[in-house]
Write a protein that binds this ligand. Structure first.
Ligand code: FEO
Ligand code: CA
Ligand code: CA
Ligand code: CA
Length: 578
């Protein structure tokens, strides 16, 4: 399906070289427009960006830091319009050394700086339009919204109202405030966005050794030592005072960007772990299937199957589909099958004997439940997405240098895995609700001349990839993959594309080179494949505010490098990839 009539891939763009530079580079015949940058006002009367005069009040009205996931949702709702829509963007985390003059440590921010830092997280919703060959943000739009760690939200699904979720900010265990650590995500067919709360442990600090939640917090990697300043200024993030607050994060949050007044909902049935993101697929019988990765070394892959069915003509009926159904974790077997094991309270080991007293407990302690079921520890599951052209599922496994020889497994076959791999899952007869799928290794990434890598032999000398992180599919079914860690191999981070079947399967081609210190996230196509959005996150990472390794995208000596959303297209109007 991913190939043209000749059987060859339809990808014909001129491949980029692999050199690390201060610039972003796209192939000849393409243009890259910087659309949204950290600190730019999102409203017409919003405060201009001035990194020497930052306040929380200003940041609340400006584009946040470290853009990650991007979703394009056409306007009007339900259309396939590729030239007018909403862009929903995650702001995953902050880097104080890049944001503040003097490059303070993340733990050294005073209260006013911390307040600014907090609202640099979350998401931005903007309305954009393509006119006269350029995209622009409509700054008088009623859809414009900043969602932050302070935005009122609700917990929904089986864990909502659990006594363990009753905290100082939530007397009922249902109401909560905000989202942060938002990494990747997905757009649902009913026009909402799912955003994954990933490294939320970084915001917390404090001694929790006396807490009843000690085991749960430990399993999530919570540390007493501060990594950020939030806990110094707010008891909400101090584990010695409010340990249960940490159970309010680590969820998938569903946001309806078409309704700016809507309250985001944390879908507890999708489990609590370090969510990379969630991608939804409508099964042939109408049930909703969501695939998710827990992005940490030796963590697991998950699948949710709804009880209810998607109703294309009844949006309101779809809005709570993620509140009933079954969550599963994945066990990979050497015979090429992967079994989906239900995380159901009362079944197998998920009983009071192991500390589970309700489905809420299973979901809050999802990692522990999956441990007990014997899920397969993976090499950092990042994006997991269904290819709409062939119905197979693709899992980005970014790397895991801690895997030992003894821990090698057919689906995670390399010890000291610094380069990652992409796994392909095939549901039987295309039915995603089935309890067993077939699996195969699509690509073992890394140096092309590394005998443990597995490229199509025609892959170019500069087109090998390392550390696959996010992915997207164009409507022909080509896979587009971004990297997070290629620089460790001496090559630029970027975007690569390949066919998934036919004679050009796993023939990787490098499409984009990203500026030094960055990673590329959130790739997303418009429905007509003519526009490709991507996030350039943490350009110049590891260098200081005053002496950065790149000043992309402004190249202004008075400004630090800024994370930004880029949109790439062809002035001749042909699809991206051609
Ligand atoms: Fe935030 Fe899994 O990368
Ligand atoms: Ca990621
Ligand atoms: Ca994706
Ligand atoms: Ca990553």
């Amino acid at each position: 399906v991913s190939s043209s009539a000749s059987g060859k891939s339809a990808l014909t763009f001129m491949e980029q070289n692999a050199e690390m530079t201060t610039q972003l580079e796209v192939p000849a015949g393409y243009q890259a427009q910087v659309l949204l940058k950290w600190g730019e006002p999102l409203w017409a009367n919003g405060p201009a960006f001035d990194p020497t005069q930052q306040t929380a009040e200003k940041q609340q009205q400006q584009f946040g830091f470290n853009n990650d996931f991007i979703g394009f949702l056409p306007l009007p709702l339900g259309s396939q319009n590729s030239e007018h829509g909403l862009l929903v963007v995650n702001h995953e985390y902050s880097i104080s050394a890049s944001m503040w003059p003097g490059s303070p440590a993340d733990t050294a921010l005073d209260k006013a700086q911390t307040d600014t830092d907090i609202v640099a997280h979350g998401l931005s919703v903007v309305e954009i339009q393509f006119q006269n060959g350029q995209w622009q943000q409509l700054k008088d739009s009623a859809y414009t919204r900043r969602i932050t760690p302070l935005t009122p939200m609700q917990l929904s699904g089986p864990a909502a109202g659990s006594p363990r979720l009753k905290t100082a900010i939530s007397a009922d265990g249902v109401h909560t405030l905000g989202t942060y650590g938002n990494c990747a995500g997905g757009v649902t067919p009913w026009g909402t966005v799912l955003t994954g709360e990933e490294n939320i442990d970084a915001m917390f600090a404090g001694d929790y050794s006396q807490s009843a939640e000690r085991e749960t917090l430990q399993r999530f990697g919570m540390q007493a030592k501060a990594q950020k300043s939030w806990a110094q200024h707010y008891p909400r993030w101090d584990l010695s005072q409010q340990p249960n607050e940490a159970l309010h994060v680590g969820w998938i949050v569903e946001i309806d960007p078409y309704n700016p007044q809507s309250t985001p909902k944390k879908r507890t049935l999708l489990g609590r772990f370090k969510h990379e993101g969630a991608n939804v697929f409508i099964n042939a019988d109408g049930r909703v299937v969501a695939y998710m990765g827990d992005d940490q070394k030796f963590e697991y892959l998950y699948k949710f199957v709804s009880s209810g069915r998607y109703q294309p003509d009844h949006r309101a009926a779809n809005l709570d589909l993620l509140d009933s159904g079954t969550l599963h974790c994945a066990r990979f077997d050497a015979d090429g099958t992967v079994d989906w094991l239900p995380l159901q309270f009362g079944q197998g080991p998920l009983t009071a004997a192991n500390g589970f007293h309700s489905q809420a407990d299973v979901l809050i302690d999802c990692r522990k439940a999956a441990d007990l079921l014997g899920a397969t520890p993976m090499d950092r599951p990042e994006d997991v997405e269904v290819n709409p052209a062939n119905g197979a599922v693709y899992v980005m496994l970014t790397k895991n240098a801690d895997r030992t020889e003894a821990q090698r497994h057919p689906v995670n076959p390399r010890a000291n895995n610094t380069a990652g791999q992409i796994v392909e899952l095939v549901p039987p007869k295309g039915d995603h609700s089935q309890p067993s799928f077939a699996w195969d290794l699509f690509l073992l990434a890394g140096r092309r001349d590394d005998p443990s890598s597995s490229y199509h032999p025609a892959t170019g000398a500069d087109s090998w990839i390392a550390c696959p992180d996010n992915c997207a599919f164009d409507s022909k079914g080509h896979i587009w993959v971004t990297s997070d860690g290629a620089e460790d191999f001496g090559i630029a981070e970027g975007v690569w594309a390949s066919a998934v079947s036919g004679p050009d399967r796993a023939l990787m081609r490098r499409f984009l080179r990203s500026p030094v210190g960055s990673e590329v996230c959130g790739p997303f196509f418009t429905p007509d494949d003519k526009h490709f959005f991507c996030s350039i996150q943490h350009p110049g990472d590891g260098s200081s505010f005053e002496q950065p390794s790149t000043r992309w995208p402004d190249f202004d000596a008075t400004l630090p490098p800024r994370p930004a959303v880029v949109v790439i297209n062809r002035p001749d109007g042909k699809v991206v990839g051609s």
